[in-house]
Design a protein around this ligand. Structure first.
Ligand code: MN
Length: 256
């Protein structure tokens, strides 16, 4: 039997399960907040065209407005200045959209410290336990942050700014420049820690991953349903010409 026939059989029998890693996309979806001197990304908004009414008696449809980085989304390399000459979202090779994933669980650490950052030692310990990272794989950071579904709890502002978990500068540099990974996936509003504006360099996950022509996935959910290794992630963004990113429906295939 062919590999693909085995796959469709396994999907039909339920021995391979499809998990939705995507947050609902609506005007309630939490949004990145930048200091007021910078441009701001747009909330997701539906604008009704017709609803089986005078404007269209037999059809319901909408226009929508959204930021490229609103809700569960894919960061293209061109999003960051370090990747300005690299791929826009329409140029990312489709082979990146179906990729293996490993899931590092730091929920206990984040529960104690919302500003917890993953260090290179945590990745070393993961690989000691579970084997080497898969070539071209995603590193998904399971922080538990996706239980925070409101603007206030997701951003978690204090007088020092946003407080949310992420990755250290050295760890991001290693993962982007030396590891076989193709990108990082997170549950938070963006791939960097809330306090990453004060890191040196600032926003290291953006700077190093996108600068290395690698990728980011943000605002993922249901990472608790994935095994540490063995999942396959399907994350296929809109083919927006010159786009810096795109909302995306992210799925994971797991063996049940
Ligand atoms: Mn983004």
């Amino acid at each position: 039997m062919s590999v693909l026939a085995n796959l469709t059989d396994a999907l039909l029998s339920g021995s391979i399960e499809v998990i939705d890693l995507t947050a609902p996309l609506s005007s309630d979806t939490p949004l990145l907040e930048l200091p007021p001197e910078f441009g701001q990304t747009a909330q997701f908004q539906l604008e009704e065209i017709s609803n089986y009414d005078d404007r269209g008696p037999a059809w319901y449809w909408n226009n929508f407005r959204t930021g490229e980085h609103t809700g569960t989304h894919f960061d293209a390399p061109i999003h960051w200045v370090t990747g300005r000459d690299k791929d826009d979202i329409s140029e990312v090779p489709v082979s990146a959209f179906v990729a293996p994933a490993v899931v590092i669980d730091v929920t206990a650490e984040v529960e104690k410290d919302p500003n917890f950052v993953i260090e290179k030692e945590h990745l070393d310990a993961f690989q000691q336990e579970h084997g080497p990272f898969p070539q071209g794989g995603w590193l998904l950071c399971h922080t538990g942050w996706s239980s925070r579904t409101t603007q206030e709890t997701m951003i978690n502002n204090t007088e020092t700014g946003p407080n949310s978990p992420g990755m250290s500068v050295d760890c991001a540099r290693w993962a982007a420049e030396e590891s076989v990974l193709q990108g990082i996936g997170v549950e938070t509003i963006g791939t960097d820690a809330g306090a990453a504006h004060s890191f040196e360099p600032p926003f290291p996950c953006h700077a190093f991953f996108l600068g290395a022509n690698k990728y980011g996935l943000a605002q993922l959910q249901n990472l608790d349903m994935l095994p540490p290794t063995g999942a396959v992630v399907v994350a296929s963004p809109l083919k927006i010409v010159k786009g810096s990113g795109s909302p995306v429906r992210v799925l994971a295939l797991i063996e049940s």
